[in-house]
Write a protein that binds this ligand. Structure first.
Ligand code: AMP
Ligand code: ZN
Length: 471
């Protein structure tokens, strides 16, 4: 299968992919809301988008990948009520909203790098595009799709014949069910384009607009920035599946009202990573990449785990499956490292691999092809070159992997361990305990055994424990 088939959520079907214009694929991915670290569930969505981009590039397309950073306007409730997540994060950490956005944007980019996710060609921040958003709201207003309430300018979804088609929303049913909670909104599905700053409270992030001082709603940023960088109708728009019923339905509504287009030719959605407890960034308890690093798990082990599942099925997270993925990756790395210099790739295996990933990014089957290849009787140099070829899509960075030195123990920790041994020899248990605490504070724990004591990197007491390092 030389053409790529992708599942388009809009038509709910597998469609053959062709760029709208020439050889270039224009692709927009909804980025993070930067009020806290990303959890590994969020990162699964960015991993899927990275594989999508790499698959398109593997096929020879040039990909223009745009990702936004939501640094204003995303409220704690998707129904346009509650507090701005960034302002809330600012109060929690005692830093300005601007600082919070900066800190967590940097942390997010760092996470992407550790997962070998390619940087988008264009990063764009909502706060840098307030002018564009205001312009679009004015157009939507003059086209007759808006109304004002006491707290903002809203989009009247009843004015669009097809509102909610992406999610096949039962708009009448929603209206009937939510009459009471709608408040000043005319329809349950209406959403804010512009929110006024509260009268009794100074916001850190606010701007003047034709409607009064305030800030943009969450959805308008994506349509405005996507159109600015990719045009009114581009190839692929993607995000997590939770975006289907609200965020992406609203982006589509805005674009239809503003430009008469439906924004993207393909809509792709990544399914969720599920943990035993609901994984939510806003509840303040979640697993992040650092939690895995603290357990000596290579971020690419997590990447491998995500590759074992199809992006369109939810993936249950367990430590056992992560450890299994990490072990499989280590085995693959060691095999590949033992194969000497790469020669020429085997066309048959590359075609088999391509067929799997062209089938709606079936990375699980792509990995199976890689393992068949690894165990095949082809000469080592052929296997090596072929695996490197497949890894352009898988992104496991096999080409640059070197056997790792054992975890280095800093001199100070080693010194403390010596002093603790001496204290124990002198039966000074109080001093020995104090030193153990000092060692723990350095991020190590002491393992006592019949053959003596040694240090290892501290494991979190429970993987559910809060892993935020206060910013
Ligand atoms: P946020 O930073 O909250 O705006 O979310 C960033 C991205 O992560 C969005 O595309 C969400 O759809 C996605 N997402 C949220 N939770 C999960 C999850 N548990 N698994 C996979 N993706 C998720
Ligand atoms: Zn978005």
């Amino acid at each position: 299968m030389m053409t790529i088939r992708l599942y388009d959520s809009y038509s709910r079907s597998l469609r053959e992919f062709e760029p709208l214009q020439g050889n270039q694929v224009r692709m927009y991915a909804c980025g993070p809301t930067v009020y806290d670290y990303a959890h590994i569930g969020n990162l699964r969505t960015y991993l899927f988008e990275d594989v999508l981009r790499r698959t398109l590039e593997f096929q020879g397309y040039e990909v223009l990948h745009v990702m936004n950073i939501t640094d204003v306007g995303h409220l704690t409730s998707d129904a346009d009520t509650g507090e701005d997540k960034i302002e809330k994060g600012s109060r929690r950490a005692g830093k300005s909203a601007w600082e919070i956005a900066e800190i967590y944007s940097d942390a997010f980019k760092q996470d992407l790098r550790q997962l070998n996710i390619r940087d988008p060609g264009i990063w764009c921040r909502a706060t840098d595009h307030v002018g564009e958003q205001i312009e679009d709201i004015r157009t939507i207003e003059s086209n007759g799709y808006t109304y004002a309430t006491s707290d903002g300018i809203y989009f009247d979804t009843s004015k669009l014949r097809n509102y909610g088609y992406l999610a096949r929303l039962d708009v009448d049913g929603l209206n009937a069910g939510q009459r009471i909670e709608v408040g000043e909104k005319r329809n349950a599905t209406d959403f804010a384009l512009w929110k006024f700053s509260p009268e009794n409270q100074q916001r850190q992030m606010e701007w003047d607009s034709p409607w009064g001082r305030g800030f943009p709603g969450w959805h308008i940023e994506c349509s405005a920035m996507a159109v600015k960088y990719l045009g009114k109708m581009f190839d692929i728009h993607c995000g997590g599946k939770d975006h289907i019923p609200v965020h992406h339905s609203n982006e589509i509504a805005q674009s239809e009202a503003c430009h008469g287009t439906r924004l993207a030719n393909f809509w792709l959605h990544g399914y969720f990573l599920e943990t035993e407890d609901k994984m939510s960034k806003s509840s303040g308890e979640f697993l992040r990449l650092q939690t895995l690093l603290d357990r000596n798990i290579d971020p690419l082990g997590y990447r491998y785990l995500c590759l074992t599942a199809h992006y369109r099925s939810d993936l249950k997270f367990t430590w056992e499956s992560l450890n299994g993925a990490h072990t499989a990756l280590s085995r693959l790395r060691n095999m590949v490292a033992g194969w000497g210099e790469p020669g020429t790739a085997d066309t048959g295996f590359v075609i088999r691999f391509r067929n799997e990933i062209h089938d709606d990014l079936n990375t699980a089957k792509g990995l199976a092809v890689v393992w068949d290849l690894a165990r095949s009787s082809l000469p080592d140099e052929v296997k090596k070159a072929t695996i490197f070829e497949c890894d352009r899509v898988l992104g496991l960075n096999l080409e640059n992997w070197k056997p790792q030195p054992l975890l280095a123990i800093p001199d100070k920790a080693a010194d403390l361990l010596n002093r603790r041994n001496q204290a124990r020899a002198a039966k000074d248990w109080v001093a020995a305990d104090q030193i153990r605490v000092e060692i723990q504070e350095m991020g190590f724990e002491v393992i006592d055994s019949s053959t003596g004591s040694h240090l290892r990197k501290k494991q979190p007491e429970s993987f559910r424990q809060r892993s935020r390092k206060d910013a």
